[in-house]
Design a protein around this ligand. Sequence first.
Ligand code: ATP
Ligand code: MG
Length: 517
Amino acid sequence: MPDHSADYLAGAPSRTLHPPPPSSSSSSSIRKSPSAAPSSPLPCQSGGKKVIVGPYEVGRLLGCGAFAKVYHARHTGTGQSVALKVLSKHKLLRSGLAGNVRREICAMRRLCHPNILRLLDVLASRSRIYLVLELAKGGELFSRLTGRGRLTEDLARPIFHQLLSAVAYAHVHGVFHRDLKPENLLLLDDSAHPRLKVSDFGLAAIADQLLVLPHRHLPDRSPPLFRTICGTPAYVAPEVLSCRPYDAAKADLWSCGVVLFVLVAGYLPFNDPNLMALYRKICRAEFRCPRWVSPDLRRLLGRLLDPDPAGRISAAEIVHEPWFRKGLDADRFASVTRPHRHDLDGRIASKIGDSGSEEDRDGDLNAFDLIALSPSLDLSGFFAGLELATPLPWRERFISGDSAEEILARVEAAAAGEEGMTVRRLGKEGRAGAALEGPAGELVVLVVLRRLNRELVMVEMETGVGDGNGDFLRERLRPALGGSVGVTDIRGSGSTGSEPDLVLFDEPDESSSTSSS
Ligand code: ATP
Ligand code: MG
């Protein structure tokens, strides 16, 4: 049987299983996962012309995925370097994978962890979506393996600590990655002990509710189960292949086990050019540790690569494993992976400016806020009309001639009609708002009021991630708040309808995009 481990380490593309597009009747489609691309200029830079996207100047190509190109970019004002992930709306809609971007945005906005790539901003032009990401200068963990073949256990361990910390944190926040593999694990820099950054949440599953509950403890709940078959074959857990509902947390831990094996062995535990044979090996957990693997690590790999998800080790149990414990700051690990209130409250504070020291002021909106009111630049229009499993936070803004007090009183009246809904008033007079929360303390809608001048108030409403929040916002809250002055329901028009001729960014040449699908 041919050994493909060398191909793998030389960067031969693994393949990613994607959930079928909403319109497709076929089973999972398969596409290539990204391969590291050589640096190259944007085609539209060839004339020496600078490419500016919003406040960013676009530089060299960092990598290619199946639907995205990722460029180095620099903020023209602050000089901050970022990675700009550029996606074509047209290609996403045509391939039925718009939901992946939606999931990616939802998942990354929910997570704030030192080992998870930060989503800094989302921009849009008429034909493209731009995810502004924290820059991982060290590139893919995959390329580090290519250079060294494999890592010693002492080098692999801190990387695995970081991976588990990120994965456990994501799980307690209701996000399950479902495509963990070295290509999606980036390194912050080129140092000998680089910080790991988990990236590419395009296949993430998101539990309906935030597991982060302000002012309350985590409820005792059984894990959410998912059905979608997705991931990269060599890294996918057996229960995901079985077409039965699976616990995505345990499935992620299996993938972590495969990653750990690859790190220390230098090749995949399950490998076969024939997909059915590969699946058989995975389902029977047929793998053999190389002779240089220590007994403690053998034991841990055996517990991670247990084909029975019920018997597989959990993120909570792993801290008791001798191999994992070595060099681990267990208290720090536990505190980082514990659910944090700051995710929700930080989001509220950043919108409301409720820090206590913030000065109230009129004219809160800047030019970018106003430009963002254009349907052509707002992503919510792009996602309108798509049947997608995970709700994107629904956002609406309008300008009201009523006072902040009147608006908030109407918000409270609308919430009073909903069972178990409570309203927390936020902020001060100049920037006020309210968080409408469901029975478990989950965010239903965040309302932010910004005073434009003495007569006018900008009302912004954004839903939490749960099902039905968008309906409540549209059908009950919005009508209760009365008419708008001048503008604007930004959600309404949709990207495929007519869009105003307002384009903020240079449009890279559509024909220059490559697709490996
Ligand atoms: P996939 O085909 O796996 O779904 P994708 O289209 O979602 O991929 P990404 O995996 O997010 O795209 O990015 C493609 C490649 O771009 C990565 O494998 C990596 O090499 C590079 N890349 C992505 N994000 C960053 C970043 N923040 N910093 C540096 N390089 C990055
Ligand atoms: Mg990727």
